[in-house]
Write a protein that binds this ligand. Structure first.
Ligand SMILES: [Zn+2]
Length: 258
């Protein structure tokens, strides 16, 4: 049994090596043992994967770090920061084959919350934890490091700011951030999904749902907030929201997504 596991690991490593080799990237990130230990220390999602899936996860992390620049604004970023950002990106797309974010080039990490003018100093009105840039900020994501770290801590509950922002990017991949990820949802499910979103938003408004009320802002926020819960507390989400769970499972488990 162990022999077969090792054999499978070798075959996968070789396939991944060949694929990466073919891409011919100039710089290639290869995670070292210390970085893999950091993943194991901080990322529950990674810990729950089989050994085979861990290799795929590591490969997707490496790919993300090759494709996207992570920069600190007013802070020195650490390996842990980089791995947490990359994990937040990989978790929503983990089940997709050969899919990568094409709508992001940079992640800017701020020490803490910032305001709508991207200021992170001063006490007034700094309440943004993360955002996907639009207009001249297209291709950029802004994140608060304290929100990023909190999302992967044991106090995170059902929220994770960075996963939330990457779900907005998935949503945006079809051109519109509207809570309907058309590339990942077969056409016939779109109408039921929209109906389901509106029903749950109503329940939240009436105080009959445990989903964070921020989800009632609009459909895009509903999709992002529900997805945080789906990835952070999957069993609880499945028990309390079986229909929403099935739909999100369909969206994020879409193997042929382009
Ligand atoms: Zn949002």
């Amino acid at each position: 049994m162990i022999f077969f596991s090792i054999l499978i690991a070798i075959v996968i490593s070789f396939t991944l090596y060949q694929r990466r080799h073919k891409q011919g990237a100039l710089t290639q990130t290869i995670l070292n043992d210390k970085q893999k230990m950091l993943l194991a220390k901080h990322i529950d999602y990674y810990n729950q994967l089989s050994n085979t899936d861990k290799l795929y996860f590591e490969d997707k992390i490496e790919q993300f770090l090759d494709d996207v620049r992570i920069e600190g604004v007013g802070l020195e970023i650490t390996d842990t920061d980089r791995l947490m950002v990359a994990s937040s990106a990989v978790i929503p797309i983990f089940r997709f084959k050969d899919w990568s974010y094409r709508n992001i080039t940079n992640v800017l990490l701020y020490p803490d919350t910032f305001d709508k003018d991207f200021q992170y100093e001063g006490a007034e009105g700094r309440n943004i934890m993360g955002m996907v840039g639009t207009g001249y900020m297209n291709g950029q994501m802004l994140l608060s490091r304290s929100a990023l770290v909190k999302g992967f801590s044991s106090q995170a509950g059902d929220s994770n700011t960075a996963i939330h922002e990457f779900v907005h990017l998935l949503d945006k991949a079809d051109g519109e951030t509207d809570g309907i990820p058309e590339n990942f949802l077969p056409h016939e499910y779109i109408e039921p999904w929209v109906r389901m979103m509106h029903q749950e938003i109503n329940k939240i408004d009436r105080g009959h749902s445990d989903i964070d009320p921020y989800a009632t802002t609009n459909e895009a926020e509903f999709f992002a907030v529900a997805s945080e819960y789906f990835f952070e507390k999957p069993e609880q989400f499945e028990t309390k929201h079986p229909e929403l769970y099935d739909m999100l499972d369909r969206i994020f488990g879409h193997e042929t997504a382009k």
